[in-house]
Design a protein around this ligand. Structure first.
Ligand code: FAD
Length: 271
């Protein structure tokens, strides 16, 4: 931990207590926030802890699943399968796409992973694969909802304004009922994901393919029915945002995305 400018730490219990004073920022599991020097350190003088807000981790309804932002990744990975939820394997698959130990899984929150917004954020992969929508609280007491695919803007950046708090993530029932497939690749056996690919076929036959970790922001490809191989490959090749870093170069990320999404396409059309 290297937050040596922090002077106050308070635990919020109500929405009113979530209004941040200058210099304050929220902390959830703290697994990222306490893991490296803050940027820029001098601006952070106080932390506001979300974990006593009492938000239910998982709420079920006919509309789908509402995940409280403070739900831990371990809790979500272990979610019981409900009748009709063909997409259920994606929960554990996306949680396992994170390079993190059991200790991190049990403390890190779904909301913290989405708000950190790394390209390799497994909870972003999950939400994007299932048409997830973020519920955001604004400091004036209002709020708005935005698709997670539109919330994340880059590798570590998002559209949240200062003082805004992610309250929940909603996964619609139609996506939870869909058939899905998943692939992940990393340069090292225990390395951070270089590409995470998902595919989904809804009950009406429409198909959604997503690329995360390989592109700096989520890539979502939608079709009225499962496309042929050439159509999908052309869309993967044309996607923007493949990037270079120590975990993989852009050309490799583009190439493995094409190969693995084709595997997913074939899996989804196989009886
Ligand atoms: C060992 C290790 C391995 C990791 N591996 C990966 C990986 O493979 N892929 C990856 O993407 N990340 C990885 N991370 C970083 C990772 O994203 C997080 O540690 C974790 O998901 C953050 O969750 P948290 O609840 O601990 O968030 P915190 O550390 O508490 O917060 C993270 C950020 O989000 C903000 N925040 C948290 N909750 C909210 C909210 N509800 N509303 C608004 N802002 C909020 C905080 O202010 C902070 O800026 C790893 C971290 C560690 C320590």
């Amino acid at each position: 931990m290297d937050l040596n400018t922090v002077e106050t730490y308070r635990v919020a219990h109500s929405r009113a207590e979530l209004v941040l004073a200058p210099g304050e920022r929220v902390v959830a599991g703290g697994t990222w926030l306490f893991s490296e020097p803050a940027e820029p350190a001098a601006e952070h003088t106080g932390l506001v802890d979300l974990t006593a807000m009492g938000w239910p981790a998982l709420e079920y309804s006919d509309a789908g699943l509402r995940i409280g932002a403070t739900c831990t990744i371990a809790e979500l990975a272990d979610i019981p399968r409900r009748e009709g939820w063909a997409a259920h394997p994606l929960f554990a698959q996306c949680a396992n796409a994170l390079l993190a130990s059991w200790k991190i899984w049990n403390v890190a929150t779904v909301g913290g992973n989405v708000c950190r917004s790394y390209a390799a954020a497994g909870m972003v992969s999950l939400c994007v694969a299932l048409d997830g929508v973020a519920e955001v609280w604004t400091p004036d007491g209002g709020g708005y909802r935005v698709p997670v695919a539109d919330l994340v803007t880059g590798n570590g950046t998002n559209n949240l304004a200062p003082g805004e708090v992610l309250r929940a993530l909603e996964l619609p029932a139609h996506a939870l009922r869909a058939r899905t497939a998943f692939r992940k690749i990393a340069l090292a056996a225990l390395g951070r994901s270089g590409a995470v690919l998902t595919g989904r076929v809804d009950e009406d036959g429409s198909a959604v393919f997503t690329i995360t970790a390989a592109t700096a922001w989520p890539t979502v490809l939608r079709y009225p029915s499962v496309p042929d191989a050439a159509t999908l490959r052309a869309a993967v090749d044309a996607a923007d945002g493949y990037y270079d870093d120590a975990l993989g170069v852009a050309d490799w990320r583009r190439a493995v995305s094409g190969v693995l999404l084709e595997e997913i396409r074939v899996e989804l059309i196989s009886p």
